[in-house]
Design a protein around this ligand. Sequence first.
Ligand code: ZN
Length: 463
Amino acid sequence: MVHRTARVGLRVTSGQRRRCFGLLRSAGDVWACVLEVNAWRRRRQNAPLTGYQELCRELSASGPGTFAELDTRGARSVLRRFSDAWFAAAKRRKTGDVSARFPRRRRGLVPVRWYHGTFTLDGRRVRIPTARGTRPLWVRLAREVPYPVEQVRSITLLCEGGRLFLDVTAEVPITVYPPGVGPDPGRVAGVDVGIIHPFAVVGPGGEALLVSGRAIRAEHRMHLADSKARRRAVARRAPKPGQRGSRRWRKYRARVRRVEGRHRRRVRQAQHEAARTVIGWAVNQRVGVLKVGDSRGVLDLPAGRRHNLRLRQWQIGRLLQILTDKATLAGITVHLVDERGTSSTCPTCARRVPKPRGRTLTCPHCQFSGHRDVVAAASIATRTPGGGPTTTGTQVVLPGVVTHRRAGRHLPGAGRSRRDPRRPPGGAKVRMARCGPPHQPVVGSRSPNQRGSTTTHRTAGER
Ligand SMILES: [Zn+2]
């Protein structure tokens, strides 16, 4: 059994919206009260109240109805959140991390969580618990909860970018397969995590999978260009430091938050799609172990050319987490292995290829040529967790068939039917032509037989 959380949007009337925000604001009040009580105690040189139990005692002493429509269970979840944050910070400080901060900041809106038995989930409708004596609060969900009702353990009401969401956490059983078709621990696949291709996977038997993330990068690029342009356009109206912003400015700020939230959700969705593709493929191939190249080392490099926006947008840690979560659920084991040198070492003669450019790795020593990410994944498959950065002993098996998939097909501009409204009809080609590969039409370049085809590798002019 593992816990999984899905974020579901809420469809609310203005009255329900007001009540939901009331709950979040009341939770913010609970949070502020805890901070205030602890500030008094500090001034009196008493130990702060941090344990969940003692905080609950303090809450019940304040009596019912103190926090408007927020019920006791909801208020307690805020205390739990505070207590957890405090002890997490204490633990990190104990291990010598001085950057860890205890919760000190007031927050206007704090998420509220309710556990099983306090709320009612009925198809697309949810009754959110409220304080005794208040009208019941039923709200509609934007989509079905992706788990069976009996597996749902808690719901969390939260606000992101001005929109209301419900995080639904469920206890999900790990997939059980009929004998003979489940993942086989003897079948190992190597996974290379990259920027242009979020995942390149090489499995046993000469099969490989390449998931393209160009749509994600396009989304990043369009979002950056768009937000820059908007910022330039409104720079004149920006309030001076200390000056109160106009109503127009507040509206602009709210819009920025909305757009940022949408961008984040789009990217996250595409990352989940990419990981789901990998896991689906691995289950089909009966792969029992995924060896994933851990490249988080590139983020620890001292400030230099590696520290750029693209690398930060890559979000490698989250990609690894998403892949691991989905693999666990499918009954596949994930091992992180050192990936150093895998994309610059020739798989046939094991010699270093100086400065590989583009997506193709061409060895100057033995004339080997192949897709760089696929080669890297094949080398990663031969490495052992905890082992050194050299591939020794095991022979690298290169795949014969490469399946191509795309992540982020839902993104605007990725399909022909959904043109990105941010992309001007004429200007896009000019801009894209500059950074894309030459002699390749950008609009409509998607070949319809993309799925399942065995293609040769594309050569783009990018690393
Ligand atoms: Zn070679």
